[in-house]
Design a protein around this ligand. Structure first.
Ligand code: IPE
Ligand code: IPE
Ligand code: MG
Length: 273
């Protein structure tokens, strides 16, 4: 059951209340926001948006409806982070290199939804000062999605309020292999010796070069795994797992994850201060 781009994101309720899907009131909690703001905030939060299918299944709905609600949840979180300038960099894992293992109709629907999301939110990204960057093997994506990606990246290039990174056909292993390919090409030309290749030099060769390493990786849904998201970059990320299914993830859920992060003691292999 594929969907067409012209079916429109209009089908996704964009208001906070409507998008919550549980009929509850606005998800913002002023006290919690204040408490989170009072402590040191992460620079880069990465979200593994899992559980759309189970959300739909629990309601007797097709998986596609779960993905639609998932897009609405992503829109809400992006809006919140940009509006509140909560932290400067947000990554969303939208489609992994392994998600091609799904039925072709679901893959096609996911690409259509992603294209709709990118096209429908373009003006808002520009208005809110969000810079959108897509990371992944985009050559394998449908041409119309690739065009939408190129357009939005160009339009939002100057955005300074939020660096929004969306992983589409992204995989941590793909990313590392890209870096290895770069290193091999440089070495072949005599521009890199084995001794010169240290952590910093290799990081600069990765598709994620220039991105701060994620301070906090949040995964929704029941699973407690990375599923080939950031690997090299996650060496010292704090991990937070919540059973909340992605379509139910809201502003409060994000703040709770950050609050948990704020209670962690990061040692980076050293000793506690
Ligand atoms: C996350 O939800 C969306 C993608 C991985 C593209 P899922 O579709 O994985 O939902 P579950 O895990 O089957 O519930
Ligand atoms: C992780 O979810 C990938 C994304 C959220 C894009 P999956 O549903 O693909 O992960 P697995 O298959 O449960 O590990
Ligand atoms: Mg899943």
């Amino acid at each position: 059951m594929g969907i067409r781009a012209e079916d429109g994101v209009a089908m996704i309720p964009s208001g906070v209340d409507a998008a919550r899907g549980d009929g509850q009131g606005p998800a913002r909690d002023g006290d919690l926001l204040e408490a989170v703001r009072a402590r040191s905030l992460p620079g880069h939060v990465a979200l593994i948006m899992d559980g759309n299918g189970r959300w739909a299944q629990a309601r007797g709905l097709p998986r596609l409806e779960g993905h639609r609600r998932g897009v609405a949840a992503a829109e809400r979180v992006v809006r919140f982070v940009a509006e509140e300038r909560l932290f400067p960099c947000l990554s969303l894992f939208a489609f992994s290199t392994e998600n091609w293992n799904r039925p072709p109709e679901e893959v096609e629907s996911l690409f259509t939804l992603l294209e709709q999301f990118i096209r429908a939110r373009g003006d808002e990204f520009v208005e809110r000062g969000a810079r959108l960057e897509v990371l992944g093997a985009i050559d394998a994506l449908p041409a119309s999605l690739r065009r939408a990606i190129a357009e939005i990246e160009e339009r939002t290039r100057g955005g300074e309020a939020l660096h929004l990174v969306v992983g589409i056909n992204f995989g941590g292993r793909w990313s590392i292999l890209e870096g290895v390919r770069q290193a091999m090409a440089l070495a072949r030309n005599g521009d890199l010796t084995p001794d010169e290749l240290d952590n910093a030099a290799f990081s600069r060769l990765l598709p994620t070069a220039g991105l701060p390493e994620p301070d906090l990786i949040v995964r929704t849904g029941e699973e407690k795994r990375i599923s080939n998201f950031y690997l090299w970059e996650a060496a010292y990320s704090e991990l937070y797992f919540t059973p909340t299914l992605w379509p139910d993830f809201d502003e409060t859920a994000l703040l709770l994850a950050i609050q948990d992060f704020q209670g962690r003691r990061r040692r980076f292999g050293g000793v506690a201060q």
